[in-house]
Design a protein around this ligand. Structure first.
Ligand code: PGA
Length: 249
């Protein structure tokens, strides 16, 4: 049985002091032993958030990292830095990074490998545009993303990975994919993993849905057999996140 994983993606929100206040506000609301809970936070919030979450059930994730070990890469943050600061997860290939910062699959493949090498768990994002969905190429596109982003990654590492299916048209729009649409693609991703690797790896990998997840739709989405939790943007910044984490209570 796969344990659900529900991660907040704070994006470029919360100053360090606001971040600490949010951790305190959510502390008692996000307790659920059935679920792994993660806050993926801006780099500058990592150290105060790690401290604020000491002794709680919540783990810390980063929103990005660079693949090089260290050196002259002004403005970048390495996997080793994240690990040393107490980070356990790192979002890789969020659609905002692919789109605004032109991160391509070749780069994301390097990031995935480096994160794993450093002992971080990647939350690898994939998803189609509205145009691609309307053209009927959703699954082809996502299979291409998964295959490129995981090229050369061993089955044992893929089994421990988190993949987030986030249809771009559902992110921050209030327009959630229907439960059937979300399950169809999450199941398709699992089938793709089985095809590249094997059944055991496909059964182990955790696949989240992301895109306008909220307190009202979380329980229905997470009840699907191939949806192992969510990557939550907007709703992770409010008390509602507690309701999402406790979706089964
Ligand atoms: P949203 O963002 O929940 O605000 O739609 C999800 C995400 O981008 O991870």
């Amino acid at each position: 049985m796969r344990k659900k994983i529900i991660a907040g993606n704070w994006k470029m929100n919360m100053t360090p002091s606001q971040a600490v206040a949010l951790c305190a506000e959510l502390k008692d609301l996000v307790k659920n032993d059935d679920v792994d809970v993660v806050y993926c936070v801006p780099a500058i919030d990592i150290v105060p958030v790690v401290n604020a979450l000491k002794g709680t059930n919540v783990k810390v994730g980063a929103e990005n990292m660079y693949f090089e070990e260290k050196g002259a890469f002004t403005g970048e943050i390495s996997a080793a830095m994240l690990k040393d600061a107490g980070v356990e997860y790192v979002i890789i290939g969020h659609s905002e990074r692919r789109d605004y910062f032109k991160e391509d699959d070749a780069l994301l493949n390097k990031k995935v490998k480096k994160a794993i090498e450093a002992g971080l768990t990647p939350i690898l994002c994939c998803g189609e545009t509205l145009e691609q969905r309307e053209m009927g190429i959703t699954m082809d596109w996502i299979r291409m993303q998964i295959k490129s982003d995981l090229a050369g990654v061993a089955a044992a590492d893929v089994a421990k990975l988190v993949i987030a299916y986030e249809p771009i048209w559902a992110i921050g729009t209030g327009k959630t994919a229907t439960t059937a649409q979300a399950e169809e693609v999450c199941g398709g991703i699992r089938a793709c993993i089985e095809e590249i690797y094997d059944k055991a790896t496909a059964e182990a990998v955790r696949i989240q849905y992301g895109g306008s997840v909220n307190a009202a739709n979380a329980a229905e989405l997470f009840a699907e057999k191939d949806i192992d939790g969510g990557l939550v943007g907007g709703a992770s910044l409010k008390a509602d996140f507690g309701k999402i984490v406790c979706y089964n209570k």
